[in-house]
Write a protein that binds this ligand. Sequence first.
Ligand code: F6P
Length: 328
Amino acid sequence: MKNSIKKIAVLTSGGDSPGMNAAIRAVVRSCVYHNVTCIGVFRGYEGLIEGDFTPLDARSVKNIINRGGTFLKSARSKEFRTKLGREKAYNHLKKQGIDALVTIGGDGTFSGAIVFNKEFDFPIVGLPGTIDNDINGTDFTIGYDTALNTVVEAIDKIRDTAISHSRLFLIEVMGRDAGDIALNAGIGAGAEEILIPELNMGKERLLASLKRSKKSGKSSSIVVVSEGDQIGKNIFGLAAYIQENLEEYECKVTVLGHVQRGGSPSCFDRVLASRLGVGAVDALLAGKRDVMIGLVHNKVVSIDFEKSLEGSNKIDTDLIRVADIISI
Ligand code: F6P
């Protein structure tokens, strides 16, 4: 298998995340370093289906390590979920003489890659690029650290106005199925309560906890709510419920939304993306296929694609304990 790879394509798919550009840059430059031709694919699997390709060299990726988003653009492709769509994609890859693909994205991106690899036996290596940190086989996904910093900065600002008006704020953060952003940013920003999809707290317990907070002398409160949480899914409904039951509180809602996905990547994300990008090309050249490259205990590792989707909704119970203790 070694050295059979002469041409590698790279794409970004699904929700963009800060650091995707740094990852593309590392893949491209690693290809150049190893004398491998690199091709960029625009708009993820959509571009693969349409043959929207561009050659990339070391200079094509200059001045992007610091930029958020992805210059290759991204998409959530419906057509790639169909056999016909995947066939079109495969034909374009063959026509261009591409030997392997690096896909940068989250669980949806990896699910598509697994099916594609099974159908066409096409070598693919994945890089975990999502703010959600919900991928198994890596301690951190590319973009997660930046998103956490963005959220904490926003909550710090909200806290200023919450204190000034003695208000309770419900702050919705991203993470459809994963509470990592809510839990870590909640601890980092000193939230009173953190609602996550993995643990249904129940409305009654939330009310009791807020009552306790008030009694203990807190004049303002921050509750961080993950968008996928059971009781927080409808955050405006939850705010109305609290308001009805706890008259002592004036309750406001802030939905942080896509601001969390933008911005210049943190140094941590730039380094992570660079290490994993180089790791992806190393893996392909070493004959590895159908794997994701991740970082575990500060070491670059590879894990079977299918395993990367297993148990991604694990939650660190120690963090929950810490959050409970420090919010007294
Ligand atoms: O998967 C990353 C993510 O940012 C989730 O946290 C969020 O639920 C989703 O993407 C939003 O997707 P879209 O930008 O397509 O609305």
